[in-house]
Design a protein around this ligand. Sequence first.
Ligand code: PGA
Ligand code: ZN
Length: 404
Amino acid sequence: MTQITEVAIRKILDSRGNPTVEVDIYTQSGFGTASAPSGASTGANEVTAFPTKGVDFAIQNFQENVAPKLIDMDVIEQEEIDSILVELDGSDNFSNMGGNVSVATSLANAKAAAFVLGLPLYHYLGGAFAKRTPYPLGNVLGGGKHAVGGTDIQEYSAIALGKTAKESIFANAQVHAHVKKRLKDKFPDSAIGKGDEGAWVAKMDNEEALELVADACKEVSDTAGFSIRPCLDIAASELFKDGYYHYKNGKLNTEDQIEFVTHLIDNYELNLVEDPLDQEDFEGYSKLTKAVGSKCTIVGDDLFVTDVNRLKNGIQMGATNAVLIKPNQVGTLTRTIETIKVAHENGYKTVVSHRSGETTDSTIAHLAVAFGCHAIKTGVVGGERTAKLNELIRIEEEIIQSEG
Ligand code: PGA
Ligand code: ZN
């Protein structure tokens, strides 16, 4: 009853209008469907999302060479399914099958298994004690590769530290609205747009933008009655070239960049900073974390690319105190879980994350609850972002009801 009877794959749109894939896994007693997102500021060490011959080729390859091998396998055996995917790909970075094809298959399989067992995914993966919901981390103003004409820094976010995920999610939405109001007041004659993740985009200096977001967080926090703090994803690898971090108004060497980030953390009481330095600079990260790690969550995204070996290296060097978790950076659920476990065993926080090009798939909300992750980064507005936030609201409601 838990054997795979049929597998389907189709091309669907992501939120940027690019093609991606959705996979269905069927058994006699249930099925699962999942799709995969895509990044714009991708890390150099991520697995390949699609083979160089493109999405259509990836679909044909899956239909001919992968799907038939999955028939009769048991959906309950997640690790076996995932190792077959790695084996059938045969490369060390999913360049043949495409990490997006693999991760959609892997997550669809987990969802099919949960369905067969009559459990929500978070409960199937996390067990009866998966009861803690993550803090929502939402992008409210941005630039970098996600926007035209915005700040150099990619994401200015709010993290609302409310008692429930629901009140925190609504608080972040209020910050997003307050940022819009402040931008309208500041630039009454300019067009104000939104970037790929629904964050506002305006022509602003990096620090001026942070000041505006920090003020909006404080204003909402004062009325909400709980802490809402500003955060950044600098996506510094996108700025780093020939030994310098290139900003519109000048360039910084590594020491200067560390000093700049330290200044931002101290001056604006940043709760969390992601990718403050180049993706290969583990040493620079160690210096920064040593200086500010006790007061700020320092998250590695491009630095670790959800890869357990890069994370272990970082842990050994004291590179950060947190890791971003993006399942499509590694291509399987098993690898994703392994990285989360190693992080938690070593006192690192985990932040499960969307990508800039998303689908309405809400699986990451389940993963964040299943493994007790610290936060979920998935924007504030836009259907593909609210799909995850609203799923988290449903999960939280179910947990509260089950506790009586
Ligand atoms: P990406 O950006 O999905 O474009 O890689 C998100 C991030 O850097 O966290
Ligand atoms: Zn990032």
